[in-house]
Write a protein that binds this ligand. Structure first.
Ligand code: SAM
Length: 220
C-alpha cells in the first residue's frame, strides 16, 4: 500500500484544523462544528455503533473525537466504559473537550503517523474521520491506513463509519466528501481480520452511510 508523505499529511492537517476551528468559533458546542447537519443525525450514527458493539466496561479510544460527543452519548444511554480517551489533530477542539470532560484523557495526534498514549484500548471508534475528500493524496490510502492503524491500537475491535458510493439518489452528491465502495471496503477489512460486519441497512442521515466493525475474535 502506498505510504502518504508525512509533510503532505501535515499540510492537509493544517487545512483541516482551520476548517474545524473556524466552525467551532461560529457554531460552538454544536454538531455543525463537526460538519454534521444536526444532533439527531449524529446520535443516529452513534446509536448504530452502540447497537453493533457492546461498549459497556470497555476502554475506548475515539479517534477524531471532535467535541467528544460520543462520550456524552454513551453516558446518556447509561453505557459506562472502563475508560474513554479521545484523540484529534485539532488543539482548539481538544481544549474544549478537556474543559467539558476533565476526567477523560485527550491527546493531540494524527493516528496515521503518531501512536496514541494509553493504547491499545479495547475498542477504537472513528466517526466521520475519513469523509473529507483529499486532492493531495488518495482517500483510499488514507482510509485504509487509518483502519490498519486503528486495528493496531485495539485489543478487541474497530468501529468506523464511512459515506457509501451506493449513495442515496434523493440526496445530491457533494464534491468535498468521498464515497467509498462498500464491497471494496469489506474486502479490505477482511484482509485484516475474518471477523467483520458491514452495516449498510440504515436510513440516510442525511446521506447514506455504512459502518464497518472489525473484530479480533468472533462476535459469538
Ligand atoms: C467530521 S468530524 C467528526 C467528529 C466526531 N467524531 C463526531 O462524530 O462528532 C472529524 C474529526 O476528525 C478529526 N481528524 C481528521 N483527521 C484526523 C486524523 N488523521 N487523526 C485524528 N483526527 C483527525 C478532525 O479534526 C475532526 O475533529
Amino acid at each position: 500500500m502506498p505510504e502518504i508523505d508525512t509533510a503532505t499529511l501535515r499540510a492537509v492537517d493544517e487545512k483541516l484544523v482551520v476548517r474545524y476551528s473556524t466552525r467551532l468559533a461560529k457554531f460552538g458546542d454544536d454538531p455543525r462544528t463537526l460538519g454534521w447537519d444536526k444532533r439527531e443525525s449524529q446520535q443516529a450514527r452513534f446509536s448504530l455503533a452502540a447497537d453493533s458493539f457492546d461498549f459497556q466496561g470497555r476502554s475506548i479510544l475515539d479517534v477524531g473525537c471532535g467535541l467528544a460527543d460520543f462520550r456524552e452519548f454513551l453516558e446518556q444511554r447509561g453505557i459506562m466504559p472502563a475508560s474513554y480517551s479521545g484523540c484529534d489533530i485539532n488543539a482548539d477542539l481538544l481544549a474544549r473537550c478537556r474543559a467539558l470532560r476533565p476526567r477523560d484523557a485527550f491527546y493531540q495526534a494524527n493516528l496515521l503517523v503518531e501512536d496514541v498514549p494509553g493504547a491499545p484500548c479495547d475498542v477504537v471508534v472513528l466517526f466521520g474521520v475519513v469523509n473529507f475528500r483529499f486532492s493531495e493524496f488518495s482517500n483510499e490510502d488514507f482510509a485504509r491506513g487509518m483502519i490498519r492503524r486503528a486495528f493496531e491500537h485495539c485489543r478487541e475491535a474497530v468501529v468506523i463509519d464511512m459515506l457509501t458510493a451506493e449513495n442515496d439518489a434523493s440526496y445530491p452528491k457533494e464534491d468535498f466528501v468521498y464515497y467509498y465502495d462498500p464491497a471494496e471496503m469489506l474486502k479490505f477489512a477482511l484482509s485484516i481480520t475474518p471477523h467483520v460486519s458491514l452495516r449498510h441497512d440504515y436510513r440516510s442521515i442525511p446521506q447514506r452511510e455504512m459502518t464497518l466493525v472489525l473484530r479480533r475474535q468472533p462476535w459469538a
